[in-house]
Write a protein that binds this ligand. Structure first.
Ligand SMILES: Nc1ncnc2c1ncn2[C@@H]1O[C@H](COP(=O)(O)OP(=O)(O)O)[C@@H](O)[C@H]1O
Ligand SMILES: [Mg+2]
Length: 338
């Protein structure tokens, strides 16, 4: 029998990322599940379910079980989690992997315990829970054990978690429901208002990723997308510029900047001084928005850098704990086990 691989799991609002001990990234798929409304049978999970978005007949629903950082449907959330964990580590009746799971803060204590039980049923030998910002900071390479202030801003799909850490603990923590989804929604609203042009969420996300920028660029980019002309009801091809997307993103971006500002305001002076020296770090898929660090620098006068492979940081951080258990298990939220 193959050796059991211990895994770090980032259960996000938009994606599930899994790192294997000594292996690096082993899974990165949309946190999406498709099911039959009538029978509640699960039809597809991850990539397969994602490609059904907006294309299903009435009795089939595609959903993100953790859309806003809270568990919208517990059965579907645990079915999705079990599916992914089994996909990377196979089926085990006993002696399965140790799992280090990171969940959004909106998942409450009793739900955390239920997720642990769900993983236990899926064969996990033990499951430990890790606070997301701590995992993200660790995975981004921050020296979280040091007695100095470190600031992390993890921008996901449905939400952003902002935290200041010192000595491996969170000193200040804030959550806002602004993430990549809010940016996509803002693009949809903007195009409808300005051009009577309606695009779907996947197209809006495509625009954001391809030509979007948090600050106006010197060079203009543009992209042609298909949507619906709301005046005629017919499909239409339109050329959208990067400046338009920057304008569309203004409101959610402002809200995000205010939330970061709020965290800095509530951070003890010594730690703020550390952060001004060493800068804050962005993680999460949403952090890849072009120009975001510049926007933070310009508006908050604090240094900012984007972590390497930002979307992988949380799962990587979880896995680092498994790889250095002796020194690092002290960073876990709780060592309660099942
Ligand atoms: N290159 C990019 N530029 C801007 N946003 C991006 C880029 N790549 C991914 N995203 C956004 O990242 C978000 C997902 O981030 P992720 O960390 O996977 O979310 P979560 O941790 O909540 O599951 C989505 O909104 C997606 O559109
Ligand atoms: Mg993430």
């Amino acid at each position: 029998m193959a050796m059991v691989m211990d895994i770090g799991v980032d259960l996000g609002t938009a994606s599930v990322v899994i790192h294997g001990k000594g292996k690096g990234s082993v899974l990165n798929e949309p946190a999406v599940i498709a099911f039959d409304r009538d029978t509640r049978n699960v039809l597809a999970v991850g990539e397969d379910a994602h490609s059904m978005l907006g294309r299903t007949p009435g009795n089939i629903q595609v959903m993100r079980p953790l859309a806003e950082g809270m568990i919208a449907d517990f059965d579907l959330a645990s079915a999705m989690l079990r599916y992914f964990v089994t996909k990377v580590s196979g089926k085990h009746l006993i002696g399965g992997p140790r799992v280090l799971l990171s969940v959004p803060q909106g998942v409450n204590e009793s739900e955390r315990h239920q997720l642990i039980s769900a993983l236990f049923e899926a064969g996990a030998r033990r499951t430990y829970i890790m606070e997301r910002p701590v995992a993200a900071a660790l995975g981004a390479g921050l020296p979280i054990g040091d007695a100095s202030g470190q600031m992390i801003c993890d921008i996901g799909g449905g939400m952003t978690e902002i935290a200041v850490l010192s000595m491996g603990r969170m000193v200040v923590r804030e959550i806002v429901k602004i993430g990549g989804d809010a940016f996509d929604d803002a693009i949809i609203r903007y195009l409808r208002r300005k051009h009577n042009f309606f695009v779907g969420p996947l197209t809006a996300e495509d625009l954001k990723i391809t030509i979007g920028s948090a600050i106006a660029r010197n060079e203009q980019f543009y992209m042609e997308v298909t949507g619906r002309n709301l005046l005629t009801g017919l499909p239409k091809l339109m050329r959208i510029t990067s400046d338009e997307i920057t304008e569309a993103l203004e409101n959610p971006l402002q809200e995000l900047l205010e939330a970061i500002h709020g965290v800095l305001e509530h951070t003890p002076a010594e730690l703020v001084a550390d952060i001004y020296d060493s800068g804050m770090v962005l993680t999460g898929g949403g952090a890849m928005l072009s120009g975001l660090c510049e926007a933070i620098r310009l508006s908050l006068k604090v240094e900012c850098r984007l972590a390497e492979e930002p979307q992988e940081c949380t799962a990587r951080g979880c896995c680092m704990i498994l790889e250095n258990w002796q020194d690092m298990s002290k960073f876990l939220a709780s060592k309660k086990r099942r």
